[in-house]
Design a protein around this ligand. Structure first.
Ligand code: CO
Ligand code: CO
Length: 303
């Protein structure tokens, strides 16, 4: 294990390495079936971010059995199982404990060719950056908690979070990429910063090209933002040249995502191919959002 990455990789032989990850979370939507799908998609994502193929998974469940109806547990696990099926991943076990607060997630094992691991450290100057899913899940879930989220934005947020990064991961493996990470709790700029530091490069991000979920602009302008966005900003803003980007947009770029998209670093031609294919396959907001530059290193310029 050298630099920290989305998942642990353990080489078995020259052909095969294991990719292993674990993730679990508290509910961010009320519907247990949707939450189960989101938690599973989120847990599977770190394997996809390495370019791996998830093969087996185990459930991790914390459940308040005294206060919550057992049907909630059933529906949540059904949501998780449906996502594992879609991923071609077999549930082989799990563990549950009684807890005051509901939590769910998976430990996932995947396979990858040892030479085809897509690390965060793989970004190269001259590459462009593909973002496969729109941002704003944190903003919208904050609006949901505040009781001010409209039904159509909620539906769009859920649809986005339950979407597996499977297709994007398979495309970057077949078309070719240099590096990848998934956008989760640290927000786009948090995870992009990690990629810069580990790749010893800089980035330019065209904020006008970054896809956002519906309703995010309005809420972000009103200051509807999860606490995590401010913590992410405080941590990584020193690496970012914000230029003339409005503050609300900078906040959105630090918005923590749940089951966010992949940030893929690859050649311009391959990036265009990945985006075109993703758009054809039902991910219409996938976009090239910026580029990797040699200098200044470890800086992200917003343009
Ligand atoms: Co990750
Ligand atoms: Co993770």
């Amino acid at each position: 294990m050298e630099k920290p990455d989305d998942a642990g990789v353990y080489k078995l032989n020259d052909e095969t390495a294991l990719v292993q990850t674990v993730d679990f979370m508290t509910p961010i939507v009320d519907d247990p079936y949707s939450f189960g799908q989101i938690a599973a998609a989120n847990s599977l994502s770190d394997v996809y971010a390495m370019g791996g193929r998830p093969i087996t998974a185990m459930n991790i469940v914390c459940f308040p059995i005294k206060d919550m109806d057992i049907s909630v547990l059933r529906d949540m696990l059904r949501g998780g199982l449906d996502k594992m099926r879609e991923a071609g991943t077999v549930l082989i076990g799990g563990h549950s404990v009684e807890d005051q607060e509901l939590k769910y997630g998976l430990s996932v094992t995947g396979l990858i060719h040892p030479q085809k691991v897509l690390a965060r450290s793989g970004a190269r100057p001259g590459d462009v950056l593909v973002l496969t899913k729109p941002l704003g899940a944190g903003v919208l879930s904050t609006a949901l908690k505040g009781g001010i989220l409209d039904a159509s934005s909620l539906e769009a947020a859920i649809r986005n979070m339950v979407l597996l990064n499977k297709e994007a991961s398979e495309l970057m493996q077949s078309i070719g990429a240099h590096g990848c990470t998934d956008i989760t709790g640290f927000g786009l700029l948090g995870h992009a910063s990690e990629m810069c530091l580990q790749s010893n490069a800089g980035m330019k991000i065209e904020t006008g090209k970054v896809p956002l979920l519906p309703g995010v602009v309005e809420f972000a302008r009103k200051g509807v933002l999860p606490g995590g966005a401010y913590r992410n900003k405080e941590f990584r803003l020193p690496m970012v040249d914000t230029g003339s980007t409005p503050d609300w947009m900078v906040n959105v770029l630090f918005d923590p995502q749940t089951s966010g998209g992949l940030l893929i670093s690859t050649t311009p031609q391959r990036a265009r191919e990945i985006v075109a294919q993703l758009r054809e396959r039902g991910q219409p907001t996938a976009a090239i959002i910026g580029e990797v530059v040699a200098e200044p290193k470890n800086r992200i310029a917003l343009v």
